[in-house]
Design a protein around this ligand. Structure first.
Ligand code: TNX
Length: 516
């Protein structure tokens, strides 16, 4: 069976079920979204009428005993039965059905078939995910991705049974979410005058302005489109570092007693930036305003507040920040950052949400209930899990998809370190040194896609695929330890999967490199 991600168990039997032109879809309570997806996407791809009153029977239902996100797919002469442990399970079962129909079922309109019917092999598949956080983080701050691009990535995620889209919405180089209370965040903060091409060593500049943002209605649409696919959108508002776009819009958010923040612009180059938020009551109130609107847009339990790469030099030099450290009894600058994170942890908890942040939020003590995205290797995640915090494992050395996939002058993505498809396939999210109890705090994994050097949808596709297909398998399938993983088997299944990606119009990196 050529599934990607691999299914947990089951067998293909002899014989095939022919769908004919009409399929009678029966949708049970809880499976409505799977039903709409079958009628819409599968209907469009195949030309089969999935809203017919007669014809082959396709049943979509929910049976809670199967468990969260699990499903059973039964195809025989009687028809097709997809039973999910919940609505999501039924939806993932429908995604597996599409893989059984063949690569052409991944198109948006049917090709001429000369009268040949769509068929599905008789089979019984029982499947369930390893993790319930199977994520993809997209940095839309460094380079803006228009709304349609996000919707397309949600379709690609659904095809891979990925269920968390983490949107990195704010950074030094751009603010991408409309906030009615503070309109300059997008009026000013969404645009930069020019852009450094490549990383530090590059002498090149793109002198064209760059920018864009999502209106609140755009974000409501994105969230609803994701929810139809059982995908949660986790918004990230990065504080207190990576905030120069906000400071350019509202200079009083910065450390005005040490820098002339009125002179700051939306940043036009990359790296860790000294211009960070001031640790004042004014800034807390401002970001509460921002988060109030963010909570209204994003129903996700988890809200990401960044917390990464915040240089403390301005706080060390700032009398205001030093007075604040004394007032709060925070001890030092790290303690001040912790106090800030704790403030938002409580603020979110009071509203029924949970805070998640990059592993630097561990510095100086982590707020209770907070979860960690472990990006600086495994150490942060291990420490967090041992302290009883939930962890999403996304170490940069393994699953940063902006890192290049091969050496060589033909590789269009100029990030230093090579991480191949096989490296991602052999990534293990649960560190061996954790006890089973600690390991239970690893709630999942995600691939992170930073876009300093990925300046177009095409370059993002090239960086993301096929490596996200491997991450999807790591997150979904019960794989053995990295050294024992069947890499040749995955490569062989990928040959079928490339045909699916072709039909989906994904501009992935071909196995041999960019040129034939
Ligand atoms: C580190 S990961 C960052 C990002 C960069 C990325 C480039 C993280 C929390 N911070 O700001 O874009 O490296 O790979």
């Amino acid at each position: 069976m050529e599934f990607v991600p691999a299914v947990r168990g089951g067998a293909v039997k002899g014989g095939r079920l022919a769908l004919g032109e009409k399929v009678r879809v029966e949708v049970g309570a809880g499976a409505e979204r799977a039903g709409r997806w079958v009628r819409g996407a599968l209907g469009a791809a195949t030309g089969v009428d999935f809203a017919a009153p007669d014809g082959v029977r396709l049943s979509l239902r929910v049976e809670e005993a199967l468990g969260a996100e699990a499903y059973r797919l039964d195809v025989g002469p009687h028809g097709i039965e997809i039973t999910g442990g919940d609505g999501a399970g039924a939806f993932w079962g429908a995604q597996t059905l599409r893989q059984l129909l063949g690569p052409e079922a991944f198109r948006k309109a049917p090709l001429p078939r000369g009268g040949e019917l769509w068929t599905v092999p008789h089979c019984l598949i029982e499947d369930a995910p390893r993790f319930h956080w199977r994520g993809f983080m997209l940095d839309v701050a460094r380079h803006f991705m228009p709304k349609d691009g996000i919707l397309r990535h949600l379709d690609l995620m659904a095809a891979h049974k990925l269920n968390v889209l983490h949107l990195h919405l704010t950074d030094d180089q751009g603010w991408r979410v409309q906030i009615h209370r503070h309109p300059r965040l997008t009026e000013v903060g969404a645009w930069r005058r020019r852009t450094k091409v490549g990383l530090l060593e590059s002498p090149l500049w793109d002198e064209r302005p760059h920018g864009g943002f999502y209106t609140q209605d755009d974000l409501r649409e994105i969230v609803a489109y994701a929810a139809e696919r059982h995908i949660t959108v986790v918004p990230e508002i990065d504080i207190p570092g990576h905030s120069q776009a906000a400071i350019a819009a509202y200079p009083d958010l910065g450390n005005t007693d040490v820098v002339d923040t009125a002179a700051l612009e939306v940043l036009d180059h990359w790296g860790v930036n000294p211009n960070v938020l001031a640790p004042t009551e004014h800034v807390l109130r401002f970001y509460e305003d921002v988060l109030t609107e963010v909570l209204d847009l994003f129903p996700s339990t988890f809200v990401h507040i960044g917390g990464d790469e915040c240089p403390k030099d301005q706080w060390r030099a700032s009398p205001t920040a030093q007075a604040r450290i004394a007032e709060l009894g925070a001890g030092d600058e790290d303690g001040l950052q912790s106090a800030l994170i704790r403030h938002f942890d409580r603020w979110l908890a009071d509203r029924g949400r949970r805070l998640i942040g990059w592993d630097e939020i561990l510095e100086g003590g982590l707020a209770e209930g907070a979860a960690v995205s472990s990006w600086q290797g495994y150490a942060g995640g291990i420490a967090a899990a041992r302290a009883g915090h939930d962890v999403v494992m996304c170490p940069q050395t393994q699953v940063y998809l902006d890192w290049r996939q091969a050496d060589g002058p033909d590789e269009p993505v100029p990030i230093a370190h090579v991480r191949t498809l096989e490296d991602v396939y052999r990534f293990e999210p649960v560190p061996a040194e954790l006890t089973p109890e600690e390991a239970a705090h690893v709630i999942g994994t995600q691939a992170n896609v930073w876009t300093e050097v990925l300046d177009s949808p095409r370059t993002v596709d090239y960086a993301v695929y096929p490596r996200l297909s491997a991450l999807a398998e790591v997150a979904w399938s019960p794989l053995p330890a990295p050294a024992e993983r069947d890499w040749p088997g995955f490569e062989a299944r990928m040959r079928t999967h490339y045909a699916r990606l072709d039909a989906l119009g994904v501009e992935y990196r071909p196995p041999g490199g960019p040129h034939p």
